[in-house]
Design a protein. Structure first.
Lengths: 808, 157
């Protein structure tokens, strides 16, 4: 049966992409289509006094304008979603600002014209009067009573503060031999998908039907957002090829879908909007800057008995994603360690910066950063090696499945094995020797070794653990559908609930379906685009690598299994045998060893749709199956109770990472000499696909650590609005990441598969920090803050850690 | 005031009226319908719109359509012949040198030109040649492998 699962098969997506035949939203043109531009704030913080589009509308080629008044009068605010959970007082958030703008680039209107150039010109002719307000840029300043306030309704910029605790944290700190403390910081960054936001909206006024084509990751967010904001019932969401997602295209994009839809409703014409790069960099959403005050309670032998930390999140100028980076801390709260006493307190602070969004890992890189930086600190303070300290605290393979203090249940994993495999592969002891020798010659070589879990699956009920005032869970677990159909000619077509944005959905699902149905991937086509009229719903998969494995693969597995039963039943009836006597090979159902008792998929297809006489009375005609998957092992702790125990995610991949770097003292440049990962992604369905996810996520985490990031001026002006300013890494700067697999298959998923997607982006920032700090050992400095730009590293190496801090 | 240009694209001559301010990338996509040339930044940083202009790799967002008048353009659609992938295209498919596919056409055009000029590039030369083409998905490992494999293939062939 495993003819294709686990094998390198030919990419299903590859041929169309290498010939330029992928179809992205921007590739569609509708008759009479107009082109939109978005009206955005040039101020970090200002009151909108008036907006007058009169001059722009004088141009006959300008067809429609949307103003803040239109937004307020013709749309409704989005319902506060789970990302806004925790907000004490509800604050209306519309698709655009209506009275105040709270970050540079915040949308508050739009214009549609017959061509893009005219729309750009028209934007400049809209007269806007602002009353600039004092910008709020620094998190600590924002919390002071003297600060200007973003949301008058709240009266403070500290939009949420809360805490939770597991085990006996007080007791652990009292009985500790030592308490190790450190303040740590991760900056603002993003995965900046190469394809920016793109929307086409077409409203048919006569039938009150709205169709949108959009490069979005989660159809449900778009569908719900349009329904909430525009009050429409008849909505069709089509998602063609998506040019990269990484979380960027889940949430914030719904605003633009609403604004472009409004233009279509106003003009009676289809309208396309293509975001430009600088718009995306200033307003497309950033990962949250997070500051931590961490404390670890330890025994002298290196045993960690408690962790507590405060987290200050710089969430930007929106309340709609207020707490996502904090709530996600529950997903990898224990990382790979059997520490039973953990407490955390969160401060969500609004500032006049771009809103934060769920970017690759969402807060999990921060959690891992806390664990792995602190493990190094413990080693330093106790004069132990960083490897010893980690080994001492790792969850052991014979403890699996392992229940963490917050209620996660780790399905499988061999963390000591991953660490050991990594050390052997890099020849750790030899490497340390070499490092000593090179240091004597003046070379600053550093070695950083870290370990991390990569959780997969989703459970929105997690948030109830953090916000006990919630009465109902905002959903729980995940549900995801798949449809599979045997065509009349014997080929198969699949419809997935989640669109593909680069994780090889088509290739991987075809491998699974081919094995289950006894055919070959080349006889299987997966339907692209996603179309809410035709596709099953994919609420869970969110088009992400850390959900696809569980929900889409689970759904395809279920649908294919169901279809196989139907195929066997129909074949058995026609061959006059019992279904149990049959096997399927290469699209032929047969009795093994018999030359005559066989029937092809094509023959069955013709019967199923065409020939009632040959269909058994107790079998539904047609050969199609739909399956909606939920994770069957989601209990206990699916919904938290009084103890606030909850399964934040359901499968736990893991990886041990080693970064070997060289620091140039004179320039502060960090060169990654080698980057190696020993990973556990469970059963690997396609090694090339999984490796690609690991390479990509590692490369991004490394680039984040070494300097890519968003910078604001003290006035709240974004200074990084191009790839060049932002510091995106090309092939020339990106190290060659090496990956080895040491899988511990999940006992609870259909094939033993676990997540691969966010993966290496979670521990890689910590690995780099560890390696750079190790390289700088001769100077006795600590690495606490990211990014490690050449400037920051130079200051550390040259005994000048008190650098002028820019606002990241 | 529109201007008439004559430009040969993937071996076929086109005569079109264009706005002087229209970018070559938008001309190829909107006027000719060759949507394989992608646009990721419009300021020459990402390389998704890389094409060959008189055989040289250029970023078509940094050229105006009128600058292509009288010249020859090759886009990603011009590489495969009769459904048969060119060696570099085949190597990209085989090595999973793409994920979302958005950077892929530009990557392939640049790689194609590199291998034409330097059939046996080192890894460093490959990485330098591709430095003008950004990819957010792959971490570049499989892309570099694909270029190496295409180079080996052309040597063997």
């Amino acid at each position: 049966m495993d003819n294709f699962i686990g094998k390198r098969t030919r990419s299903k997506e590859g041929p169309r992409h290498v010939t330029g035949r992928g179809l992205y939203t921007d590739d569609f043109r509708l008759p009479g289509m107009l082109h939109a531009m978005i009206l955005r704030s040039p101020h970090a913080h200002a009151r909108i006094v008036s907006v007058d589009p009169g001059e722009a509308l004088k141009n006959p080629n300008v067809v429609a304008v949307v103003t803040p008044q239109d937004i307020k009068q013709t749309t409704k605010p989005f319902k506060p979603g789970r990302y806004a959970a925790g907000l004490k007082r509800s604050i209306d958030e519309y698709a655009g600002a209506t009275e105040k703008v709270r970050y540079v680039g915040e949308p508050f209107g739009a214009v549609a014209a017959r061509d893009r150039g005219t729309a750009e010109d028209a934007l400049e002719q809209i007269q806007v009067e602002y009353e600039p307000l004092r910008p709020v840029v620094d998190v600590r300043e924002a919390m002071k009573p003297s600060s200007a306030v973003l949301f008058d309704e709240l009266g403070t910029n500290l939009a949420w503060n809360g805490s939770l605790s597991y085990g006996d944290v007080e007791g652990a700190f009292k009985s500790a031999d030592r308490v190790v403390k450190e303040n740590l910081k991760i900056h603002r960054y993003s995965s900046t998908p190469l394809e920016p936001f793109i929307v086409i909206a077409s409203y048919d006024a006569a039938s009150k039907r709205l169709t949108v084509w959009v490069t979005a990751q989660v159809p449900e967010v778009i569908y719900d957002g349009l329904r909430e904001a525009l009050g429409l019932q008849d909505i069709r969401v089509i998602i063609p090829d998506v040019g990269g997602g990484f979380g960027q295209k889940i949430h914030l994009i719904r605003k633009y879908v609403v604004l472009v839809s409004l233009l279509s409703m106003k003009s009676g014409r289809p309208v396309k909007w293509v975001e430009d790069r600088s718009e995306h960099m200033m307003a497309g959403g950033h990962a949250c800057a997070q500051e931590f005050e961490a404390e670890m309670a330890v025994k002298n032998d290196g045993t960690v008995i408690g962790l507590r930390f405060k987290e200050y999140d710089d969430v930007g100028g929106s309340i709609s994603t207020l707490t996502i980076h904090f709530t996600n801390k529950l997903n990898n709260l224990s990382n790979t360690y059997r520490v039973r006493n953990i407490a955390l307190e969160g401060f969500a602070v609004v500032t006049n910066k771009c809103p934060v969004i769920p970017n690759r890992g969402i807060g999990k890189p921060g959690m891992c950063y806390v664990w792995e930086r602190m493990m190094d600190r413990v080693a330093q303070e106790l004069n132990l090696t960083p490897i010893e300290v980690r080994r001492k605290n790792l969850i052991q393979p014979d403890e699996m499945p392992y229940a963490t203090p917050s209620g996660n249940v780790y399905d499988s994993g061999d963390y000591p094995g991953l660490l050991q495999g990594l050390l052997e592969k890099i020849e750790y002891d030899k490497l340390r020797e070499e490092q000593r020798r090179e240091r004597e010659k003046g070379r600053l070589i550093g070695i950083g070794v870290v370990i991390a879990v990569e959780p997969g699956g989703r459970n929105a009920a997690r948030d109830m653990a953090i916000f006990p005032e919630m009465k109902e869970p905002p959903g729980s677990g995940g549900v995801n559908g798949a449809k599979i159909k045997l065509e009349k000619n014997g080929t198969l077509s699949l419809h997935l609930g989640s669109p593909n944005c680069g994780q090889a959905h088509e290739t991987t699902t075809a491998q699974v379906a081919a094995d289950l149905l006894g055919t070959t991937p080349d006889k299987i086509s997966t339907s692209i685009p996603f179309d809410s009229d035709l596709s099953p719903w994919g609420v869970a998969a969110a088009n992400s690598g850390n959900n696809f494995h569980l929900y889409d693969i689970g759904a395809i597995h279920g649908a294919a299994t169901r279809l196989r039963e139907k195929v066997l039943k129909l074949a058995a009836h026609n061959l006059q045998v019992d279904p149990s006597e049959l096997t399927i090979e290469d699209g032929v159902v047969k009795v093994p060893g018999s030359a005559t008792k066989q029937i092809t998929f094509a023959e069955l297809g013709r019967i199923a749709y065409n020939n009632q006489h040959l269909i058994p009375d107790d079998l539904e005609a047609g050969l199609e199956a739909t399956y909606y998957y939920t994770f069957p092992h989601a209990k206990p702790n699916l919904v938290p109770g009084a103890e606030r125990l909850v399964r934040a995610q359901f499968t736990f991949s893991a990886g041990a990472h080693a970064a070997i770097v060289e620091v140039d003292k004179n320039t502060g440049a960090v060169h990654v000499l080698r980057y190696l990962i020993v990973g556990d992604n469970g059963t690997v369905i396609n090694p090339d696909v999984v490796n690609g996810q690991v390479f990509g996520s590692a490369a991004h985490g490394i680039a984040v650590a070494l300097g890519e990031g968003f910078i604001y001026s003290p006035e709240g002006q974004p200074l990084t609005v191009t790839y060049l300013d932002y510091g995106k890494c090309s092939a020339a700067e990106t190290p060659r990441v090496e990956v080895m697999h040491r899988p511990s298959p999940s006992p609870w998923t259909a094939l033993g598969q676990k997540a691969a997607g966010e993966g290496a982006a979670i521990p890689s920032p910590a690995a780099l920090a560890s390696a750079v700090e190790d390289a700088l050992t001769p100077f006795g400095v600590k690495v606490c803050d990211l990014p490690l730009t050449p400037e920051a590293v130079w200051r550390l190496a040259n005994h000048n850690p008190e650098s002028e801090r820019r606002s990241y | 005031m529109k201007q008439t240009i004559r430009v040969t694209i993937n071996g076929r001559l086109y005569e079109e009226d264009v706005e002087p301010r229209q970018l070559l990338a938008h001309f190829l996509r909107d006027a000719i319908g060759l949507t394989g040339t992608h646009v990721g930044c419009v300021v020459g940083e990402c390389g998704a719109c890389s094409i060959l202009l008189d055989g040289k790799v250029v970023k078509s967002c940094l050229h105006l359509a009128v600058q292509a008048d009288g010249r020859e353009v090759t886009t990603i659609e011009g590489l495969a012949k009769d459904g048969e992938l060119s060696p570099i295209q085949e190597a990209f498919v085989k090595n999973y040198a793409l994920q979302c596919g958005y950077c892929t056409p530009g990557m392939i055009m640049t790689s194609h030109a590199l291998l034409r000029d330097n059939p046996n590039p080192s890894e460093e030369e490959i990485r330098k040649a591709l430095a003008g083409n950004l990819c957010m998905c792959t971490g570049y490992v499989q892309i570099v492998e694909a270029v190496k494999e295409a180079a080996r293939g052309s040597k063997n062939g």
